[in-house]
Design a protein around this ligand. Structure first.
Ligand code: MLT
Length: 407
């Protein structure tokens, strides 16, 4: 008799964004004439930058001719893209990352979800609350938690991110091995200073722990004193893995391209206490389970680093940030406390009632989809997240409808 992985039975309902999509689809089915504006999932709405499209087309044309056709590429990604990343995203900011420390993939969701496979099932895991659910659910699937009780999985160390700590969690007061951090933060839009991030790097070094740093939203940073990469912090190369994505920075949610950085010094330990470098392990996993991102997509991603590509991505991001500013201004005018928007495409709003109740009210009365904060963890109860990823017109319309719904 085949037995299932029973850890899956501990998972709560379905994946948050699938759950929301189902509720919205049911609402649309019941109200076919209602126009719904989606400020829920952080999915981009603007077309790919023209520089990326041109590169994409050229690469597709290369695939149409035997002499320039390409079959399997390197699993880790083509050198042209890895070199552009190392130079523009890291070396230009004084972070010493080399091309061969970069692994191209089809998404930061997959990478942040898969990376935990490399670590022992006994690893003590610290996870922020509220949190992007992928970090949490993949550790549940892997059996690193107990049952779900009172809004939390047993066996995890939760790092509360609340108004009291300005949504930047404090160091844990019990030992942990694996630490998930995400800044600018999803879902709260909060940011971390270099000094605060250094305390985490120092903690990881002192405790032989590892930080999984999700920097998928770094392109939205406007305050130049903030770190774009954890490798801007001294000592981080030994204790941190970083995840980046073109989804939000260049509109690639449907195109799929991202990357993970694993410095050569970055290590964990075997049961005899010997240091084991993570780079070769991830390389082994990547080569076994992944055949690389398609050539045209990698060419399109490379174009992000051309002069035109940089300018076009900047314009895309500025457009979304202006939406975020509009959302923040409206929320303030409606007398809600909020954080985010300044350096992130999300606005995290204290909604003064149950998150799902507010979600239902907004959907029913305003035809606007938000993300209920409770879906991101216990500390998210009483909050909702609004995403700035939509057209200006839709954001303005949604805000007007929200004003009317709350009048
Ligand atoms: C979100 O809305 O939190 C993100 O779009 C989810 C994701 O990037 O997978």
């Amino acid at each position: 008799m085949l037995k299932i992985n029973e850890h899956y039975l501990k998972l709560q309902a379905s994946y948050l964004f699938s759950d929301i999509a189902k509720r919205v689809a049911a609402f649309q089915h019941a109200h076919p004439d209602k126009n719904i504006i989606r400020l829920g999932i952080g999915d981009v709405t603007k077309a790919l930058p023209p520089a990326c499209i041109a590169a994409f087309h050229r690469a597709v044309d290369e695939m149409a001719v035997d002499s320039s056709f390409r079959g399997y590429g390197p699993e880790q990604g083509y050198a042209f893209l890895r070199e552009a990343i190392a130079q523009h995203d890291f070396q230009a900011r004084g972070a010493e990352i080399s091309a061969d420390e970069i692994f191209i993939s089809d998404g930061a969701k997959c990478d942040t979800g898969n990376i935990q496979e490399l670590f022992s099932s006994e690893a003590r895991v610290a996870i922020p609350d509220p949190v992007y659910p992928v970090y949490l659910d993949t550790n549940v699937m892997a059996g690193r938690t107990g049952a779900f009780a009172d809004g939390r999985y047993q066996g995890l160390v939760y790092l509360d991110s609340t108004a009291e700590n300005n949504y930047v969690p404090k160091l844990p007061n019990e030992p942990v091995d694996l630490i998930y951090l995400c800044f600018p933060n999803n879902p709260t839009g909060s940011t971390i200073s270099k000094a605060e991030l250094k305390t985490w790097v120092d903690y990881a070094k002192a405790n032989k722990a590892l930080i999984l740093f999700d920097a998928a939203y770094e392109a939205f940073i406007r305050d130049e004193s903030l770190p774009h990469s954890i490798y801007e912090i001294e000592g981080a190369r030994e204790v941190a893995i970083e995840f980046r994505s073109y989804s939000k920075s260049a509109g690639f949610t449907g195109t799929r391209c991202a990357y993970t950085v694993i410095p050569k010094e970055c290590a964990a330990y075997d049961s005899a206490g010997n240091k084991q470098f993570i780079h070769p392990l991830w390389n082994r996993r990547h080569c076994t389970k992944f055949n690389g991102v398609s050539y045209p997509v990698q060419r399109a991603a490379e174009a992000v680093y051309s002069d035109e590509g940089k300018a076009q991505c900047k314009a895309l991001i500025s457009g979304y940030l202006e939406n975020a500013d509009l959302i923040a201004a409206a929320v303030k005018e409606l007398s809600f406390d909020y954080i985010g928007a300044a350096n992130a495409p999300y606005v995290w709003i204290r909604c003064k009632r149950d998150s799902w109740e507010f979600f239902d009210m907004l959907l029913n009365k305003a035809g606007v989809v938000c993300t209920p904060g409770a879906g991101f963890g216990k500390c998210g109860q009483g909050y909702i997240r609004l995403s700035a990823f939509n057209s200006r017109e839709n954001v303005v319309k949604a805000l007007e409808r929200i004003r009317q719904a709350l009048a």
